[in-house]
Design a protein around this ligand. Sequence first.
Ligand code: NOJ
Length: 534
Amino acid sequence: MEFDSGQWWRDAVVYQVYPRSFADVSGDGEGDLAGVVSRLEHLDRLGVDAIWLSPFYPSPMADGGYDVADYRGVDPRYGTPADFDRLVAEAGARGIKVIVDIVPNHCSVAHPWFQEALAAPPGSPERERFIFRDEPNNWHSVFGGPAWTRLADGQWYLHLFDSAQPDWNWRHPDVAALFEDVLRFWLDRGVAGFRIDVAAMLFKQEGLPDVAAGTQAAPLAPGAAAVPYEHQPELLELYRSWREILGSYPGERVMVAEIWFAGPAQARPYLKGDGLDQLFNFRLMPLPWSAAEFRAVIDDSCLLAAETGGSVPWVLGNHDVPRMVTRFGIDQELVRAPTDEVLLGRVEVDIALGTRRARAAALLLLALPGAAYVYQGDELGLPEHLTIQDERRQDPMFERTARTFIGRDGCRVPLPWSGEAPPYGFGAGATWLPQPEGWGALTAARQDAEPDSTLALYRAALAERRRNPALGDGELAWLELGPEVLAFRREPGFTLVANFGDEPVALPAHGRVLLASGPLDGDLLPGSTAVWLA
Ligand code: NOJ
């Protein structure tokens, strides 16, 4: 496809496709690349600039495909390399770029190099591409349990995630060379860039020292404390070398990194240099519905972007966290301090309230300076599926935490496209994760016909974003409308007001209402509602 000049990604809206749950053309109950092609019309009408595809590479699926057995292939469950090329071409014809996921921290136990390492004796060169030791240290897996698994010959290998995901030894030249090749392979196939999985963990401190008690970090809950498997200085040089590779291709290609930074200090080094283009800004996701807390993170993040010249795109959902309708629909103290009951999904959810807030949050997200990522299904206002039967759960976190956390399956349920009952037009067969009853009102087809639907709201917001010069990259200036209200101006002539409280507030003077996340009461903005004003 053609790449425009300029850093298109700075104000892009990128839509995350989780291929297994997007759309199923083959009829096996799992989504596929042909399914993405078949629904490009949906993405086109939504108005996104690019899609990011979660992994579709050959994989035993021990972690939903984040256990990669072949970095250059397409898993037959998702189709063929020709399907991938067709997707890039047909998306490109609609002006939609394709970003792919790269998983450089670990591979699958099924990767040929790990199989060679298993077949070779302790101390062999084959084992040096991974992290084998005679004694483990005290590191924990991010998914729960120890980060080491022992082989029959007595050696242990490191896996910061599932035992089916051995960590690469990034100090080995073969590993660096492999990934340079992989980058080039997909760039040659026309991708617009890469989302880098677990981007802060590739290098481990020499000697693999123990972590201090109480400082084990997890990407879904970043610790501020330094741990010897995160943020090692060698990463900066690595990402500079990757930027050079991307820069040697025509057009602007992007690297967006999955780094759960605790605050600006951890993020700054990556953004200041000439390495990573973007770090996801996940810091709004764990917040309760609080104007003050949102404002603090927004301020920090804008400052970080301004002082580094980097880009920190906004995120309210992805395939690793509970859907925002559900997050905003539970007792908000539980968001701040989740109890065991919450982790098990045993919680009362006010879906109507969660939906109001999620719609308001969407207008806030899309009005903020810079780029935004939207997770598939959030444009339909899907809630988390909390009642999947235990025997149907797929996320390895469920077993690795001894079933004390139900895991991430509830946000990965196949999308409802049409109809009144499962599989809601997802495909022909029973879906790989069960869909709940009662999603008939949430299907894309139903919402397409309703002017006030969440889908209609997202479409209108993205269309306005494209035509309004005040939106996208730039700055904001806060307006003070009370402690429970977030309001800002963006020039020329745009105002956002989001009411986080329950009581209506008076709108500031304005010309006209561009968009509202819910009905207005004359010049009053009801609670849990946001509005775009000109
Ligand atoms: C982050 C991915 O988003 C998540 O889904 C995966 O389980 C871990 N990285 C390990 O690859």
